[in-house]
Design a protein around this ligand. Structure first.
Ligand SMILES: NC(=O)c1ccc[n+]([C@@H]2O[C@H](COP(=O)([O-])OP(=O)(O)OC[C@H]3O[C@@H](n4cnc5c(N)ncnc54)[C@H](O)[C@@H]3O)[C@@H](O)[C@H]2O)c1
Length: 343
């Protein structure tokens, strides 16, 4: 499988590292494209990429490219994905898949109409403890879920926002602490809960950075079951904290962060399920985006290569990527209007 990377910035390095690990499985980082020539050239040099393009349409026209990784700024994802799909390419799209529910719906519809494959990146879904907790919730091992929490308190200084013109803008980042960093954790807590959202109450503020979008936010979600879900999301939390996820059920509580299981407590100790192994992956990124781990990317890139070979759906198709962005946009709407948003 020949991979082509579009956008040779920070996250493109994670894709290159993941593909290096997958070389023995037949995944090759074959082409790259960036509008900034020096970035494309440097990336190609650093990672031994055979074909370099400065216009992504040329990469899409290369018949040797099988799978395209979309690593451009968030608000450009949709157009690139739709162009790649029209060119018959399978696509891996970085998070958030797009920055509004309407754009996500348009991209999804296009990919479905063209019959091409699409993998969305939410690498935290590959965390063994998250997979274990989702299964426990689904089979009722925690009993009725009363409350959940996702604390997504990152640190990004002004220099981070100034490092690229698209960061912290409505047009291309789609929001701030929630849409860029928090989207991972919002996706994860909703995926683990696995039930529909009923109402969203939110407040998003710009406390400390010179950006038009939020750097600090809090929200309360009421799920259809009545369970409450509390979300904190910030890029003002010095020095940047491990994201923490907790689900409280009538039969027990499970809580974990990027490195640890914080609570694995069951009312009935005798039938408590075994603690999962955390694995040796570093999720990272709380303090600095270049520190994120590659385990989830390896799994998701391997999966789409296999999906293309076997003619099956990838594990994280576009429909899966919509909910977190819908919820974040509802938090923004609630914050603007001072009213809850009914889902
Ligand atoms: N999964 C994760 O944990 C994770 C981490 C970081 C970033 N991301 C996502 O990856 C995306 C990129 O983020 P980044 O931090 O790497 O940004 P970045 O600014 O470092 O890189 C983006 C690159 O895209 C290039 N680009 C812009 N327009 C282009 C075009 N038309 N054609 C080709 N190249 C173009 C830019 O020149 C730049 O090199 C964002 O959507 C972000 O949310 C995901």
């Amino acid at each position: 499988m020949n991979f082509g990377i579009i956008g040779c910035g920070i996250i493109a390095f994670t894709h290159a590292s993941a593909l290096k690990q997958l070389k023995a499985e037949g995944c090759d980082l074959y082409a790259c494209a960036d509008v900034v020539r020096e970035k494309a050239d440097q990336y190609a040099k650093d990672h031994g990429v055979k074909k370099v393009y400065y216009d992504y349409h040329d990469l899409l026209a290369d018949p040797a490219v099988d799978i395209v990784c979309v690593c451009v700024p968030s608000g450009m994802h949709g157009q690139v994905v739709m162009d790649a799909s029209a060119a018959g390419k399978a696509v891996v799209c970085e998070k958030p898949m797009e920055i509004t529910p309407e754009k996500i719906a348009r991209v999804t519809e296009t990919v479905r109409r063209n019959g091409t494959k699409m993998q969305c990146i939410f690498q935290r879904r590959l965390m063994p403890v998250a997979i274990a907790l989702k299964k426990l919730v689904a089979k009722g091992a925690l009993g009725r879920i009363c409350m959940a929490e996702a604390r997504l308190n990152y640190y990004r200084d002004q220099a981070y926002y100034d490092s690229a013109g698209w960061r912290g803008t409505w047009e291309l980042d789609g929001g701030g602490a929630l849409m860029n960093q928090g989207v991972h954790g919002i996706d994860l807590i909703l995926w683990m809960l696995g039930e529909p959202v009923d109402t969203v109450y939110g407040h998003a503020a710009t406390m400390s950075r010179a950006i038009p979008v939020e750097d600090t936010a809090a929200a309360l979600l009421r799920m259809k079951s009545g369970a409450l879900c509390v979300i904190e999301g910030a890029t003002t939390a010095y020095p940047g904290f491990s994201s923490t996820f907790t689900i409280y059920g009538e039969k027990g509580t499970v809580s974990f962060d990027d490195q640890h299981i914080i609570a694995w407590d069951f009312v009935d100790k005798d039938s408590a399920p075994p603690r999962p192994d955390l694995g040796d992956d570093v999720v990272g990124g709380a303090k600095n985006p270049i520190d994120i781990g590659i385990y989830g990317h390896i799994c998701l890139l391997r999966d789409i290569a296999q999906a293309v070979r076997d003619g099956r759906e990838p594990m994280l198709p576009p429909e899966e990527a919509a909910l977190a962005v819908q919820v974040i946009c509802a938090i923004y709407q609630s914050s603007r209007t001072g009213r809850p948003v009914q889902f």
